[in-house]
Design a protein around this ligand. Structure first.
Ligand code: HEM
Length: 495
């Protein structure tokens, strides 16, 4: 086939001269311009489905040629492992993360090289086991506040899509930022709305090849999103200002009450917000105000949006599989007191089935359905392909998690897949909701604890009944997994 613009694209080739097609198929594009316009003009559901359909029809990872560069689309665990665990540092974050720069600048998620290393080192201790243990109090309080809304009725219809993001935003603000959102609830709602628009700008750039260029995007589209970016950035600035004041007050208090062997920052009695680490690092000259802003924007976005998607689907699945819901409930009854007084990290680690349930939910509905990388120099893969510099690599977690090569009856919901005995022979990267390798999610345990806590509190008090047929779910493309539907469940109070 002769493709006009693809002629300008660097080509993938093989080490031993075998035809590339003998290793990876290259589907035909919609136009004569290779795959450049494959997504153009499609709505959010259409964009999401292009890659789903290709993975079903081709059954293996495949190549596409877009403007000036190949894109390698990965739907199998072995190739994902080669990419995510690359030791030669020839693979970095993909170009699409640049689309997030207006919102997140170059925070932990989007930065690379030395800057990323330094920031990861700075933030890793804030996810330490001891710190997470202290956040548990907040998760428990927020979960109790969540169920309190329905405590007076025997039955309530709950819009998860509306209420869960509010819960996760409260949790991340209070844990990571050390600021209670109560008196800022309305601003919180506007912040979440603004992120919906930022998500739209991401999809627009993904689907329209012209908007991949920063210059064209800035000239013709950026102004549509400027007001929403301002809302998001003003919100995080307000949080930083509030925390600066609170931290100063807290440090003054600690200085006045400190004993000789107390660590002033990680005191046994006081919680430690992640934002405090950044503010203290600023005092040491390790980060500036702009740096703090980008990390706060990143943690807030990841912290509220991604966890809420996971919770929405997990609660929906509890409603759809009553037998498995009962198994979760029995386990909770066995380990957690009725007044939740022992709902701490140690006790929660005993809720194994609940964890398998969440994991299975993330398998079928991975909150981050796509991870993108690119080669920074010509890179040879173990399967014999030689990827030229700037090859975009898209790891389709959604498809890997449903690939029949890795999963029996992939569309069936079976938490038992995650029993230790059933996971042994699985490829490492067959299951990557939190990604893998050095750029994996820094907050996996944080997210798991938050989700387990809310589910425990809900299940102890309510039975969850379904109000949605999963076959009607329409997925949308987004930075994270989006859906058109409003997911609702019915909560029925347990006697
Ligand atoms: C169920 C919940 C979550 C899931 C499924 C999830 C998933 C992921 C994935 C797949 C990545 C890698 C993204 C990529 O390389 O493109 C990631 C990175 C990251 N996540 Fe999460 N995440 C979750 C919750 C959270 C929470 C609650 C926070 C913050 C408190 C967080 C903070 C981050 C950060 C900062 C990164 C960038 C790490 C780096 O590159 O060093 N995540 N997450």
């Amino acid at each position: 086939d002769y493709y006009i613009l693809a002629c300008f694209s660097r080509r993938v080739y093989t080490r031993d001269g075998r035809p590339v097609e003998s290793i990876v198929p290259s589907p035909k594009g919609r136009t004569i311009f290779a795959n450049i316009f494959d997504l153009y003009g499609k709505d959010n559901a259409g964009i999401f489905n292009v890659t789903r359909d290709l993975s079903k029809t081709l059954g293996k990872s495949y190549l596409r040629y877009v403007i000036g560069m190949p894109s390698y689309n990965v739907i199998d665990a072995e190739t994902a492992e080669m990419i995510l665990t690359d030791q030669k540092s020839t693979i970095a974050k993909g170009l699409v993360y640049n689309f997030l720069h207006p919102a997140l600048k170059t925070g932990l998620l989007t930065s690379t090289g030395d800057k990323w290393h330094a920031r990861r080192r700075m933030l890793t201790p804030t996810f330490h086991f001891n710190i997470l243990g202290q956040f548990q109090e907040i998760f428990r309080a927020e979960s109790l506040k969540f169920v309190q809304q329905f405590s007076t009725q025997d039955e309530s219809i709950v819009s998860l899509s509306e209420l869960i993001p509010r819960f996760t935003l409260n949790c991340i603000c209070e844990t990571a930022m050390g600021v209670k959102l109560d008196e800022m609830a309305e601003k919180g709602d506007r912040y979440r709305e603004s992120f919906r628009m930022i998500d739209q700008s991401f999809v627009r750039r993904l689907s329209n090849p012209f908007f991949r260029s920063n210059t064209i995007y800035n000239l013709f589209a950026a102004k549509d999103y400027a007001p929403f970016l301002k809302v998001a950035h003003d919100f995080s600035s307000e949080i930083i200002t509030k925390r600066r004041i609170l931290l100063e007050e807290e440090l003054d208090y600690r200085r006045s009450t400190q004993t000789a062997d107390d660590d002033i920052f990680i005191s046994r009695h006081k919680r430690f917000a992640m934002l405090d680490t950044l503010i203290c690092a600023e005092k040491d000259g390790l980060i500036d105000h702009a740096g703090i802003c980008e990390e706060v924007d990143t943690l807030m976005f990841e912290g509220y949006d991604v966890s809420s998607i996971c919770l929405i689907f997990t609660l929906m699945n509890l409603s759809l599989y009553p037998d498995k819901q009962e198994l979760c409930f029995e386990e909770i009854e066995q380990h957690i007191e009725d007044d939740f007084s022992n709902l701490d990290i140690n006790q929660m680690s005993k809720l194994k089935y609940l964890e398998y349930f969440i994991k299975e939910s993330m398998r079928l509905y991975p909150p981050v359905p796509l991870i993108a990388r690119q080669t920074v120099q010509e890179t040879e893969l173990a399967n014999g392909l030689i990827l030229p510099r700037s090859t975009q690599i898209y790891i389709h977690t959604f498809d890997i998690h449903r690939n029949p090569r890795h999963w029996d009856a992939p569309n069936e919901f079976r938490p038992e897949r995650f029993l230790p005995g059933n996971s042994q022979n699985r490829s490492i990267c067959a299951y990557i909701p939190f990604s893998a390798g050095q750029r994996n999610c820094i907050a996996q345990k944080f997210a798991m604890n938050e989700m387990k806590t809310l589910m425990t509190v809900i299940l102890k008090k309510f039975r969850i009944l379904p109000l949605i047929d999963p076959k009607t779910i329409v997925f949308h493309m987004g930075i994270t997994l989006r859906i058109k539907n409003n997911i609702r469940v019915k909560l029925v109070r347990r006697k």
